[in-house]
Design a binder for this molecule. Structure first.
Ligand code: SF4
Ligand code: SF4
Length: 140
C-alpha cells in the first residue's frame, strides 16, 4: 500500500465512530427473531407432552402435578437446548416461546441451566414430592 493511501485511511479513521461495542456495559438491541432462553406459560398448558416428544435434544420435561386441575411444571435444561424452536412449533396452545432478550446463558456451573417453570405452589409441590435437596432456580 502506498504511504499516501495509508495516511488517508489513518486520518479517515480518526473521525469515524468506533466499531467496538461496549458489551457487557452496554447491551445492543437484539433482533426480534433471536432465539434465547425458553419461556413457558403453565396456565395454558394441557400436559399433552407434544413438546417433549418433539424436542430433539431431550431438553424439556412436563411434570404433572394434578392432571384434573391442569397443574403442570416444566423442567427445562438450557444446557441441552439447541434453540431449534421445534417445541414452539409443536405446542398448539402457544405455551412456549423463545425469549429474544434473555440470551446471556453462560455459567461456570451446570446448576443454573436447569430451570423449573410453573406456578409457585406447583413447583413447591414438585420439590416436596421429589424431596429435592439441591437448590434449583425457579421461574414463574
Ligand atoms: S428449542 Fe428445540 S432443543 Fe430447545 S427445548 Fe425447544 S425443541 Fe428442545
Ligand atoms: S405442547 Fe404445549 S400444551 Fe402440550 S405439554 Fe407442551 S407446553 Fe403443554
Amino acid at each position: 500500500m502506498k504511504i499516501g493511501a495509508m495516511l488517508g485511511d489513518i486520518f479517515g479513521s480518526l473521525f469515524k465512530k468506533p466499531a467496538t461495542e461496549m458489551y457487557p456495559f452496554v447491551r445492543s438491541d437484539t433482533p426480534f427473531r433471536l432465539r434465547g432462553q425458553l419461556k413457558y406459560d403453565s396456565e395454558k398448558c394441557t400436559g399433552c407432552q407434544l413438546c417433549v416428544k418433539d424436542c430433539p435434544a431431550d431438553a424439556i420435561e412436563i411434570i404433572t402435578i394434578d392432571k384434573v386441575a391442569k397443574k403442570f411444571v416444566m423442567r427445562y435444561k438450557a444446557d441441552r437446548c439447541i434453540f431449534c424452536a421445534q417445541c414452539v412449533q409443536s405446542c398448539r396452545f402457544d405455551c412456549i416461546e423463545l425469549s429474544n432478550d434473555e440470551w446471556e446463558l453462560a455459567s461456570e456451573k451446570r446448576q443454573p441451566f436447569e430451570l423449573l417453570y410453573g406456578r409457585e405452589e406447583d413447583i413447591a409441590a414438585l420439590l416436596e414430592r421429589a424431596n429435592q435437596t439441591e437448590p434449583v432456580e425457579t421461574v414463574e
